[in-house]
Ligand binder design. Structure first.
Ligand SMILES: *Cc1c(COP(=O)(O)O)cnc(C)c1O
Length: 424
């Protein structure tokens, strides 16, 4: 029944249908692992809702100054508890992950301090925040904050260089969990714990900040549980559960979160103000759904790896690797395959499936970039999406999928398009 539908409605060939079945068999153990983590995290969230007596009143809105916003303050506490911190800021007016990270950096660092990046060059959008891209106004560099970068060796932290980079001026170290747009392994939470332990063994006062984007709920714990002082992410990725329409979160120690709160609003006000407007309902519901939605995205990633392994491509992570984020990268080796892949993913998206994405000159990127996105929330990448820079070795990055079933279809359509384009 399903195969016939896939064939007739989406032109999936017998070969891809066959390979998809093999991929599912290969992926069975990884699917099961994801289901177990999903169950555990879902139950933890449910219990936290109960322990905090979440009720209809929490889902309502405040306006104006937003004093005594019960929903906002309780959700902060729930995030803190679930992510292993002491305190949290979950806000719709943190406009994206970049702002969440920047708010932490500006909240913690002072003129004369130094920031160290322990896992190589941070995510592209942070270059202007740090001031390593020319012409960025208002960067940390503008404010007299220094920066040192410890590049990785073979996907691993260069501990000797990290030690050498830490002197008395170093106030904060930033660690990026997810690979972002690099071909490297994602750090699992325990590995992040080792990095933090190492940094703290040199100076326990150093604030360890983890860019946790794309990692939330992929494992059974988050980096605050292994010593991170601050962890940060976007609500239009994992923890928003596909329902949050905007926002970011910051979780960490009481002291660090308080400092950051004075940057988020202003000194003296901190977390006392900030109306939630109408966002509490989707933030609660999204967080409730998030473990399940992330599980769907993880399984979609596993299926994607398994199917493209069967087609002979190098993928990262492999289908049987333990995952710590929702990104799957595929080395296509030529431009037309990368484009065909993204166009296939677009065809399997719920919104804008009729659109054919093409490479374009995206501001801030050296090469042309192709992006497939068909999301209910603009730019949301817990929803199905794929992208890649048009340059060798033509790596495509796949992430998201609100439901496994529909993401699996999109991946099959993409595989079919890649096969077809290489036959012509
Ligand atoms: C998405 C992401 C960010 C932040 O990106 P925004 O588009 O600003 O939300 C930062 N770091 C990593 C690793 C990411 O994946």
């Amino acid at each position: 029944m399903i195969d016939k539908f896939l064939k007739n409605s989406y032109g999936i060939s017998d070969r891809v249908l066959e390979l998809a079945k093999i991929a599912d068999q290969k992926a069975a153990a990884a699917y099961e692992r994801a289901d177990k983590i999903c169950e555990y995290n879902s139950l933890r969230v449910l219990k936290a809702f109960g322990d905090h007596n979440v009720s209809e009143a929490h889902l309502g809105a405040t306006t104006g100054y937003g004093y005594d916003d019960l929903g906002r303050d309780t959700l902060d506490n729930i995030y803190a508890e679930i992510f292993g911190g002491e305190d949290a800021l979950v806000r719709h007016n943190i406009v994206n992950g970049t702002m969440a990270i920047a708010t932490c950096l500006y909240g913690i660092l002072r003129p004369g301090d130094t920031l160290v990046a322990a896992t190589g060059k941070p995510y592209d959008t942070l270059e202007e925040v740090i001031g390593i891209r020319d012409g960025s106004s208002g960067s940390l560099k503008d404010f007299g904050v220094g920066y040192r970068q410890v590049d990785m060796i073979d996907s691993k932290v260069d501990y000797d260089s990290l030690r050498a980079s830490i002197d008395g001026t170093v106030k904060a170290v930033i660690i990026q969990r997810s690979k972002g747009y690099d071909w490297r392994d994602t750090f699992c939470v325990d590995e992040i714990g080792e990095i933090i332990k190492f940094v703290k063994s040199i100076n326990s006062e150093i604030v360890c900040i983890v860019d946790n984007c794309y990692g939330e709920f992929v494992e059974d714990k988050e980096p605050c549980s292994v010593g991170a002082d601050l962890i940060v992410g976007s609500l239009i990725k994992n923890p928003g559960g596909g329902l949050a329409q905007s926002g970011g979160y910051i979780v960490g120690t009481k002291d660090a979160v308080e400092k950051v709160s004075y940057r988020l609003t202003c000194p003296g006000i901190g977390r006392e103000c900030g109306a939630s407007l109408g966002n509490n309902r989707t933030f609660y519901q999204g967080f409730f759904m998030a473990p399940h939605v992330v599980c769907n995205a993880v399984k979609a990633g596993v299926f994607c790896s398994a199917l493209f392994e069967e087609l002979g491509y190098e993928v990262n992570p492999a289908s049987d690797d333990v995952r710590s984020d929702i990104i799957t990268s595929i080395k296509f080796g030529n431009e037309s395959s990368l484009i065909a892949f993204c166009q296939g993913i677009q065809k399997g998206a719920p919104i804008d499936s009729f659109v054919v994405p093409m490479p374009w000159d995206m501001p801030g990127y050296e090469n042309q970039v192709i992006m497939a996105a068909g999301a209910f929330v603009q730019g949301s990448s817990i929803e199905i999406s794929a992208d890649g820079p048009i340059k060798p070795p033509y790596v495509g990055y796949f992430q998201g999928g609100l439901t496994f079933e529909t993401a699996r279809l999109a991946i099959m359509v993409a595989a079919q398009k890649v096969i077809d384009c290489n036959q012509n």
